[in-house]
Design a binder for this molecule. Structure first.
Ligand SMILES: C[S@@+](CC[C@H](N)C(=O)[O-])C[C@H]1O[C@@H](n2cnc3c(N)ncnc32)[C@H](O)[C@@H]1O
Length: 302
């Protein structure tokens, strides 16, 4: 059967219109917060299937901190519950189902129990949302965001989904987590704006010098000993030098530096200045103490 010219024109016209509508649909979804939230939940579900419950790499060495909020934590009194994989509701469900305990017994068989400390090695969904939607200014296509110690990639995926133009680089020293991030990036076609550098951040001075935004979420506390942390913080002070660049830190840099046994004021002096953030408020108009966004802090390079 021969197709007439007009029929072919109709078919081509329909295909072009369909492609335009589909392209518009994809474009409008980029940066759409509801789409971002849904996608992040989907990715968290995919990661839960791939990693062990405590979301640690095989043989990963955890260095329990000697100072700060987590001083005194060890394998007997703390449990690793990844906040990107398990939000508060998911944790409640695990506790209700008897799969996770909130307390441990100090004398076996007795009711003399203590609260377990929950330690997360990823950003939570609400903190990521606060960082990209409330804390940072709009990021355009000339912006490079570097996540130091990107692990599961939570901050990278959140950045990609909430900020439709910026480019993201995750630096991670664990091969296991680099491969995992590469798989998720390939699966969701995030490779146009996310790159993973599988290396120790100390070899990435040039990248840090060009970064417009540097993300530091509890990077070294559980992974590097005190002497190592001190060397890394001195390296970061030398490398994060782009005037006006922004640094996001969880917890505050003052706290992170003091945990590393450094004098916070001395390191920050002449390097970074704090930027005040508009934190979520409670019904009385005060910063909402229940919100984990309060642990997010922002600085600008002087
Ligand atoms: C707390 S996790 C941060 C996860 C991620 N940025 C997020 O917010 O979800 C810290 C990660 O930093 C990595 N890390 C620690 N020291 C590093 C270094 N010197 N170079 C590269 N990665 C490092 C660890 O392997 C770990 O996966």
């Amino acid at each position: 059967m021969l197709w007439s010219d007009s029929f072919l024109c109709d078919v081509v016209g329909f295909c072009v219109r369909f492609a335009c509508v589909f392209a518009c649909f994809l474009f409008l979804r980029r940066g759409n917060p509801r789409h971002a939230r849904r996608m992040l939940r989907t990715i968290a579900g995919e990661l839960r299937e791939r990693v062990p419950f405590e979301a640690q790499a095989p043989g990963e060495k955890i260095v329990f901190p000697q100072k700060g909020e987590f001083a005194g934590c060890d394998a007997s009194n703390s449990v690793h519950v990844d906040a990107f994989l398990y939000d508060d509701d998911a944790v409640d469900q695990l506790v209700d189902a008897g799969k996770l305990s909130r307390s441990y017994c100090t004398k076996c068989g007795s009711q003399d129990t203590r609260e377990l400390t929950f330690v997360s090695h990823s950003i939570s969904h609400s903190q990521a949302r606060f960082i990209f939607r409330d804390a940072l200014p709009p990021l355009d296509s000339s912006t490079t965001v570097v996540d130091v110690g990107s692990r599961l990639g939570a901050l990278l995926y959140a950045g990609y989904l909430y900020c439709p133009s910026a480019r993201f680089v995750g630096v991670e020293m664990s091969d296991y987590f680099c491969k995992l991030q590469e798989e998720i990036i390939a699966k969701h076609s995030f490779g146009d704006r996310i790159n993973i550098v599988c290396a120790d951040v100390r070899s990435q001075g040039e990248l840090l010098k060009k970064a417009d935004v540097v993300l530091l979420n509890n990077v070294f506390q559980f992974f590097v000993d005190e002497a190592g942390q001190q060397a890394i913080w001195r390296f970061l002070r030398e490398s994060i030098r782009k005037k006006g660049a922004l640094v996001i830190s969880v917890p505050s840099l003052q706290e992170a530096l003091e945990q590393a046994g450094l004098a916070g004021d001395k390191i920050l002096d002449g390097w970074l200045e704090k930027v005040e953030l508009a934190y979520p408020l409670n019904d009385d108009g005060d910063p909402d103490e229940e919100s984990d966004a309060l642990n997010v802090h922002m600085y600008t390079v002087l």
